[in-house]
Structures are given as C-alpha cells and as structure tokens.
Design a protein around this ligand. Structure first.
Ligand SMILES: Cc1cc2nc3c(=O)[nH]c(=O)nc-3n(C[C@H](O)[C@H](O)[C@H](O)COP(=O)(O)OP(=O)(O)OC[C@H]3O[C@@H](n4cnc5c(N)ncnc54)[C@H](O)[C@@H]3O)c2cc1C
Ligand code: SF4
Length: 562
C-alpha cells in the first residue's frame, strides 16, 4: 500500500495570499530571510557586509534593511546536524578570521569507515567523498548562535519564535510572508494571550527554511518550479557525555540495515568526537524503505548495542536527542530554477546536500551568500528587484560555483542504491571514480510516498529500552526540550483513516511517538490518533504521505548541542 494513496488534506493555495495589513501596521523589510540556519544566517551576514559597504543603499531600504525569521525559540534551537563541517564557506564568509575563530570543536585527525554485521566491524577503505581530512567537528546549534551574533553585529534583525506561515504574492511576485498567530487554542479559538501574525513586506525574500521548507514548497508549487520530485532521509541523533575521549570520526554501513534490493534500506551511522568528553552519534536512513515496521529511532538504539559502539559509550550518559530529515535527491531533484519573481531559495530548501559526503552546511552557507549577493544587487538604485530576470543572476552564480560542480558529480550515487546495497555500492564506486561521467544517464528519482510499504511476516524487533543505553521515544522527546503546548492547534495534516500498512509505517517512522493506532476503524482501514504536541518537526511525515506545517513560533524542540 502506498502512503501517496492517502494524500493529506493540504492545498498549497491555502497558504498564498495578498498582503492585508494596513501600511501603518505592517513591517517593511528590504531583504527578508526565512529561516535562521546556516543558509539563512550566511545570507544575513553577507547581505549585512555588503550593506555596510553601501550605507546609502542601507538607508534606502528603510528601518529594517535585513531581517531573519526563525520558528525556534532562539537561533539554533531547531538546527540539527552531524556535524563534520567543511570550513570552506566559513572562510569565504569571514576572510578576516582564521579557523580557530570559528565555532568548531576540533579538527578531524583520524577517521574510519566500517561495514557492520551484528557482532563484528570490518574496516573498509573510505570512498573519497567521505574523506574528512581538513574538516572540523562542531554542533550546528552552536554555529547557528555564533552566526546569529555576527549577523546582529552587522545590524540584521534576527527574529526568533516567529513562524512564516503564508506566502504573500501580489502582481505575480513574492512580496514577503505573513507570520503565524500565537495563542490559539486546540480548535483555533483565541486564548487570552492571543497575538495575531503580521505581514512582512519585502523587496526580496530569501527562502532558507531547510529541509521540508513549508513556504518553499508553497512557492515552488505557486510558480511551477518543481518538475522533479525530492526524496528524504530521516536522521536521529544523540549526544553522550563519555568517560574516554573518542579520537576519530567513524561512519558505519550495513547492520542494522539490510541490503536486499526489495527492502530499499539505504543509510548508515556516524559517531563523531565533540571535544574531550562528548560524542555525537546518529543513524540516517532513506525514507524510501518498504518495511512498515522500520523505526530509525529504534535502529539507533539497536546500533548502540553493537560491541564497537557500546564500548565507546560505556559509563557515559545521554545528554541530548533530536531528529531531522535530510533532502537526498541532490542534483537530480533540484527545482527548475532557484529563483522566482521576488524570491530566492538557498540551502537544504533547494536540496543542496552531498549525500555520499553527508555534507550540507557549507553548501547551505555558500548558496545563502550567493543569494544575498544577488538580492543586494537587485535592490540597488536603478534596479527593480521583481522585474523579470532581476534575480536570474543567482542561478548563474550557482552553476559556476563549487556547489554545482560537487553535486553534479555525485548525482547518481544516492539513486543507485535503489538496486540494493551491493549493486548500489558498485554503481557508487563507478560514479565517484569517474567524477560523475558514468553511468551516463541520470537515474530516476521516485517519491518516497509512492513506494508501497508493507507489514512483513516477521516484523522488525528492537531491544527493549533499558533507560541507560537504550531509550524509548517519549523520554527522548522530553530530552529534546520540546515546548509545544498540549492545547495548541494541530499543525500536522494527515488523513486519520488509512490503510493498516500506512498507519503502521507512520507509527514506527515518527521518532516522537506522534501517531498511535486507535480503535474505531472500519472497511479494512486503520484509525490513527495524532498527538501533535510530541512533534519535533523533523519533517518525515511530509515525505511519507502527510504534511508538516509550521507550528506556533517558539514551540517545538530546543536543541542546544545537536
Ligand atoms: C542527522 C544529520 C546529520 C548531518 N550531518 C552533516 C554533517 O556532518 N556535515 C554537514 O555539512 N551537513 C550535515 N547535515 C546536513 C546539514 O545539517 C544541512 O545541510 C544544513 O543544516 C542545512 O542548512 P539550512 O540553513 O539550509 O537549513 P536548516 O539547518 O534546516 O535551517 C533552517 C531553519 O529555518 C527555520 N524555518 C524553517 N521553516 C521556517 C518557517 N516557515 N518560518 C520560520 N522559520 C523556519 C528552521 O527552524 C531552521 O532553524 C546533516 C543533517 C542531518 C539531519
Ligand atoms: S509528526 Fe513531527 S516528529 Fe513525527 S515524523 Fe512528522 S514531523 Fe517528524
């Protein structure tokens, strides 16, 4: 049964509107950036640097020349990554600083890639995209906080706790966004602390919403820019305080995933040292898998029972947990254009991720910088930012940049794994060694929700949580710092009566235990109960047949070291 056979009650047109606030109530911004992740904050810093060189232009853009919105409680609160970072974009953005000034926790000094079976770990040669010499380990939450401070120093208004919910379109062009209301009850009623959202009008809007960008999706639909589908992986991550420092970066493939082609279980794990006393570890699995009983959260728990991983964590304590999706289609899923009248798309929102390298941060930052350069140019004297082609320079800049070259070379690697682990690995080797020349044709990308899911005769079994090495979903959600009110309106659009296989797939997939099977179904269908307040906004449900929309600003997880 395909999740796509139960489409969510969601119409993108519902989220497009004209500005309605009177001129004296709305906020006018020069360059508006939606999303304070690496892409949005690099865009803010770059725009701030350029306007600092052109004060007359900053003056022309009004009281708020640059603003960045984020739905998290503070910059970094909704960011989650590995993260081994290629410092290239940091160096480009801050040419006056050196690597020791950046918010990194240490250089990668040693690394190993392993193929796991249940009990053993076989070291295998690292494919070139996974070479991390010259890269640095860090927490993207810390990077977010650091970049937000640099942006504020340049006069950027960084506005947290604010969800952009509607796309403002007027005269066929994007003119900004409307922010979400706060203080509504379960059924939409106004509570005593109700605050209405407001229109933010902008000359140029940069969409840097990251994975599963809500308004990005609405804009791609409104301007007809997504002719090729996107696909995603779900990553679940923990941070541990450990007794013995880990001295190298580890990646694993194989167990607990299974390699048979019909299962389509693509992914692996990462274990990164975070300074002397902490270790980050995570499991990433493509959401095109077919086993409805697969749970990435529980696979991560199982991974920790492997002798190799257990040894690293022995005597340690789990201090953080979170989950987030990664857009994995890369070059083969790029939108037809990265710009539209009045708008630009940067970072994960456009799919700038190198899957075999598990890298997106420097691509997000770089595309954010290029978007900012285009935007500042377009708002200059004698220019009309929304005139046809005014923002086309952004696409040209990307096509001549390392972002394009890197992602084009690895374009077939992820898609080749639809043929199973071993054939996929062989195709990946050919693709990587030929620098993307072979295979000559581009593989077809199939949307995750269009692949059937089934309940196997022997459903997957996972280790029972013991509360010291392995944990259940609810205690993990608690550790994420999730602040969503129990009586907030439901921000998840899903059908609640679906095929049993689809219901089971959602129950297992959601790392935050949002979906549970409920009584009362009929006609061979199952009923799903939704506890939206558990949601950590990872985005997986959008890939697998539902739709995540922005929750009230300031709700959701409060990540700080992920
Ligand atoms: C498990 C995992 C491991 C990874 N490991 C690595 C790694 O080791 N190295 C690496 O380079 N990359 C890694 N990546 C990828 C990397 O994290 C991303 O490519 C990068 O964070 C993308 O940056 P971004 O700014 O485009 O999006 P994001 O980091 O997702 O930031 C987007 C921001 O926009 C906000 N937002 C979204 N929508 C709205 C809205 N409507 N209104 C207001 N705010 C909004 C979000 O709250 C968020 O703060 C990993 C990703 C995952 C999930
Ligand atoms: S409900 Fe929330 S936490 Fe669960 S899969 Fe969907 S987006 Fe992720």
């Amino acid at each position: 049964m395909r999740p796509a056979d139960f489409p969510p009650p969601f119409d993108p047109a519902e989220f497009v509107r004209e500005p309605t606030d009177p001129a004296d109530e709305r906020i006018d911004v020069g360059i508006l950036i939606v999303g304070a992740g690496p892409a949005g904050l690099a865009a803010a810093v770059r725009a701030g640097q350029l306007l600092a060189e052109r004060p007359e232009l900053a003056e022309r853009l009004g009281d708020v020349p640059i603003a960045v919105l984020d739905k998290g409680r503070a910059p970094g609160a909704h960011l989650l990554s590995g993260a081994v970072v290629n410092p290239r974009a940091f160096r480009q953005l801050f040419p006056g600083l050196t690597t020791k000034d950046f918010p990194f926790q240490g250089a990668v000094t040693s690394e190993g890639v392993y193929y796991l079976t249940r009990r053993s770990a076989i070291r295998i040669p690292a494919p070139p995209p996974m070479w991390n010499h010259g890269n640095y380990v860090g927490s993207v939450d810390e990077m977010g906080r650091w970049l937000a401070e640099r942006a504020e120093e340049l006069g950027v208004a960084v506005i947290p706790e604010t969800s952009a919910t509607h796309l403002l379109v007027q005269g066929g062009r994007v003119v900004g966004v409307r922010t979400g209301d706060k203080g509504r009850g379960r059924n939409g009623e106004e509570l005593p602390n109700f605050e209405p959202g407001s229109d933010l009008k902008a000359r140029v809007t940069i969409f840097a919403e990251g994975t599963q960008g809500h308004l990005t999706g609405v804009a791609l639909d409104r301007f007809g820019l997504q002719s090729r589908p996107q696909v995603w992986a779900l990553g679940v991550k923990e941070v541990w305080e450990v007794e013995r420092p880990l001295n190298r970066v580890i990646h694993t493939m194989g167990w607990p995933l299974r390699g048979a082609p019909h299962r389509r279980e693509f992914g692996g794990s990462f274990v990164y040292p975070m300074g002397e006393g902490r270790v980050a570890l995570g499991m990433v699995v493509g959401l095109d898998y077919t086993d409805a009983t697969l749970s990435v959260h529980e696979l991560l728990q199982e991974l920790k029972t492997h002798p190799k991983i257990r040894k690293i964590l022995r005597g340690g304590t789990r201090v953080a947990w979170g989950a987030k999706t990664i857009p994995e289609g890369g070059y083969l899923s790029f939108p037809d254009r990265f710009h539209m009248p009045g708008g630009l798309i940067a970072g994960d929102a456009a799919g700038f991720v190198n899957v075999p390298a598990l890298k997106g941060i420097h691509y997000a930052m770089r595309t954010g910088m290029l978007a900012a350069e285009t935007a500042v140019e377009a708002v200059g004297p004698g220019r009309t930012a929304w005139a046809p082609g005014a923002l086309a320079g952004y696409d040209e800049a990307i096509r001549t940049d390392y972002v394009w070259r890197d992602l084009k070379r690895v374009r077939n690697v992820r898609a080749g794994f639809k043929y199973g682990f071993w054939r996929g690995a062989a195709l990946a080797a050919i693709s990587i060694t030929s620098l993307g020349t072979f295979p000559r044709r581009d593989f077809k990308i199939e949307p995750d929700a269009e692949l059937p899911v089934g309940i196997p005769k022997t459903p997957r079994r996972y280790p029972a949580p013991d509360g010291s090495l392995t944990f259940d979903k609810l205690s993990s959600v608690y550790l994420s710092g999730n602040k969503t009110r129990d009586d907030a309106p439901n921000h998840l659009r899903v059908r609640q009566t679906v095929a049993p296989e689809v219901a089971d797939a959602w129950v297992h997939m959601c790392p935050a235990q949002v979906y549970e099977l409920a009584a009362g179904a009929a006609d061979g269908l199952a009923r799903v109960e939704v506890t939206a307040s558990n949601c950590v906004q990872c985005g997986a449900i959008t890939a697998k047949g539902g739709r995540l929309t922005p929750a009230e600003g300031g709700s959701g997880p409060e990540y700080s070291v992920l």
